[in-house]
Design a protein around this ligand. Structure first.
Ligand code: ZN
Length: 129
């Protein structure tokens, strides 16, 4: 179930922001389900922000999967079944794949072309149930 999410801050002892290791940790700010900032661990928290402290954790905000085939549902023969799928069925497979990527921390994908159909907006997976 998805619901409106207020601004959230997650603070951990270590972080990797995609460019550098932050051995002193970081605070990741999330607004309405989207990462809006990665700051030093002592960053001031705006009023009303819920803080989740993970003193022994490591944050990896916004992972990137640089090679994915969103049209595959990971079952045997997935690519062979593609010609049999309707556009709606294929979009459902892609939406499920995007939701799985998001659930595992991946916020950006580079989809390798496997279908001539237009993909749904990747951002739509962030609001799908
Ligand atoms: Zn591949």
């Amino acid at each position: 179930m998805w619901y409106a999410i207020a601004m959230l801050a997650i603070r951990a002892a270590r972080a990797f922001d995609g460019q550098e290791l932050r051995p002193d940790g970081a605070v990741v700010f999330v607004d309405d389900g989207r990462i809006v900032g990665v700051e030093a661990p002592g960053a001031a928290l705006p009023d009303g922000v819920e803080l989740i402290d993970v003193p022994n954790g490591t944050l990896l905000p916004g992972l990137v999967n640089a090679h994915v085939h969103l049209c595959g549902d990971s079952d045997n023969g997935a690519l062979e079944r593609l010609p049999e799928l309707s556009a709606d069925q294929l979009h459902a497979v892609i939406e499920t794949a995007l939701a799985r990527q998001l659930a595992s921390g991946v916020t950006t994908v580079h989809d390798r072309p496997s279908s001539p159909l237009v993909l749904p907006s990747p951002r739509s997976a962030g609001t799908a149930g």
